[in-house]
Design a binder for this molecule. Structure first.
Ligand code: CA
Ligand code: CA
Length: 510
């Protein structure tokens, strides 16, 4: 796999909006002001110079990491090794507030696609308190952003430890570069979201291995938050979600690809209400419990951070924590309105790579053959069109009878239409929210081979008679040979209606 390509593609969203979610636009102006106000020009220049020397392969990264909160940017690569002393990095927090740690990590000798080589695990301590583990899934560097919790302004020590017992046998080291600390004071617009971000402890279900199973399967990849007004005037509702690399139980992989456009697992995990002063409203916090039930959180907190544990095969949560392995992914990113949740994967493109590798290792990919597009089994995940469709159904669309939409793709080479739902009615798209789906295509299909994208009305149960107006395709891409999303080649908006009388329609043609 070409490492440079991976690094470039992976780094690109951050090059646009350094060190923050592409969506936290509310924060960027204040951040710029803060940097301008707090970082002496000489410090910034020095940090840039060091970064440029150390990362000549990916020049955009030097800029992306030139955010010396308190002057701390570690551009040099540090190597955290098995059976060697931990690496200690002195840092300086400019503010008292919530801290995040940015870093790039690579683990030569590991490969998430290969049993026995899955990952190297690095644990991160702040002032000798364990904060989070990082599962490093390959030899190409990937950027990660971690939560460190509350931190006082001033000097601190970050300690990086190679987790011998949690790492695959083939893993010997983790290379860490571009380490950067940022702290968010109370006045920062992102402070509240970071203050209440949950900590996710590892799953320990006997049927999937030991207490370290999240270092090889269904690992939490990224987190995000959504923020909006609560029903009490002046109060805010915060909701946190996680993307896991897969789900060992729950919806089967072919249905996931058709209905959700991925084989990762995405769930909200924790929500709460905060008052006008930013304090948690007592008893307001809930979590997504087994069987997707919403339950009141009655567990413990680390500071203000609720501690949850992944506890079912489909990655629902429990508020009783008994697994020491913990993950504290940064919840800084958010979901813009009008976007499918898979947007968070799109702006963290490496999540597609980890998703694909896990499916390969777990034997969930059918053997290559000319017939793979016609079987519902998931083939190589590079054989799919990944699209997001927007639609409105004319009548209520729940219960046992509903009408869905399947996307179709016709290639320039013939009249065959490939369907997202593989002719399985309840694998069509039911929800009217922007919905990600995939269409399985013959191996080797390129964007230039795609002649038309069509919409098809699919009846589940008894025909309700509803019509469906399809109003947009928000993005459409294929994965590259490196399993990373290629640029979206299509954004379409309009109004095409499919009805019982006219159940199929063309949305887009070349
Ligand atoms: Ca799995
Ligand atoms: Ca197939």
């Amino acid at each position: 796999m070409p490492a440079k390509r991976l690094a470039d593609a992976e780094a690109s969203p951050r090059a646009v909006l350094p060190m923050s979610a592409p969506t936290s636009s509310s924060r960027s102006p204040s951040m710029s002001r803060r940097i301008a106000a707090l970082v002496p020009a000489a410090t910034l220049t020095a940090a840039l110079a060091v970064a440029t020397v150390a990362t000549t392969a990916v020049t955009t990264t030097a800029v992306a990491n030139a955010r010396p909160d308190g002057g701390t940017v570690e551009a040099a690569t540090r190597v955290v090794q098995r059976n060697r002393p931990d690496i200690r990095v002195p840092v300086f927090a400019q503010h008292t507030g919530q801290a995040l740690l940015d870093l790039r990590v690579a683990a030569p000798g590991t490969d998430w696609a290969v049993k026995g080589k899955e990952s190297a695990v690095m644990s991160v301590y702040v002032d000798d308190r364990y904060q989070t583990s990082v599962v490093v899934t390959g030899s190409a560097p990937l950027s990660q952003q971690l939560g460190l919790g509350a931190l006082r302004a001033g000097p601190h020590k970050i300690r990086l430890r190679f987790d011998n017992e949690r790492s695959a046998a083939a893993a010997t080291k983790v290379e860490v570069s571009n380490l950067a600390l940022q702290t968010f004071p109370r006045t920062d617009p992102s402070y509240l979201a970071l203050r209440y971000a949950p900590i996710i402890h590892g799953r320990s279900l006997a049927e999937f291995g030991d207490a370290n199973q999240n270092t090889t399967t269904d690992t939490p990849l990224i987190a995000w938050h959504e923020s909006g007004p609560a029903s009490t005037p002046g109060h805010t509702r915060l909701t946190y979600s996680i993307v896991w690399s897969n789900e060992d139980g729950g919806t089967n992989s072919p249905a996931l690809m058709a209905r959700w456009g991925r084989t990762t697992d995405i769930e909200w995990v924790y929500a709460l209400e905060v008052d006008a002063k930013g304090e948690r409203v007592p008893g307001s916090d809930v979590y997504q419990a087994p069987n997707h039930e919403t339950k009141q959180f009655q567990g413990s907190y680390d500071g203000d951070h609720a501690q949850l544990q992944t506890c079912t095969s489909n990655n629902n949560m429990c508020d009783k924590v008994d697994n020491p392995l913990r993950f504290f992914p940064s919840a800084l990113q958010t979901l813009p309105s009008g976007k499918a949740r898979e947007y968070l994967m799109d702006v963290n493109p490496w999540t597609y790579l980890v998703m694909a590798k896990e499916l390969i290792r777990e034997g969930k990919v059918e053997a290559p053959s000319p017939g793979t597009p016609s079987t519902p089994e998931v083939s190589d995940q590079r054989n799919y069109l990944y699209a997001v469709v927007k639609k409105t159904t004319s009548a209520p669309n729940s219960g046992s009878s509903w009408v869905g939409v399947a996307l179709g793709v016709r290639l320039t080479s013939g009249e065959t239409i490939y369907y997202s739902h593989h002719d399985t009615p309840n694998w069509s798209i039911q929800r009217d929210a922007p919905a990600a789906t995939t269409v399985e295509l013959p191996a080797g299909t390129t964007v230039a081979d795609i002649a038309a994208i069509t919409a098809h009305r699919v009846v589940v149960g008894t025909d309700t008679g509803a019509s469906i107006q399809v109003t947009g395709i928000d993005r459409a891409f294929l994965l590259g040979t490196d399993y990373l999303p290629q640029p979206s080649f299509l954004t379409w908006s309009g109004g095409v209606t499919v009805t019982a009388a006219e159940p199929s329609a063309v949305l887009w043609t070349r």
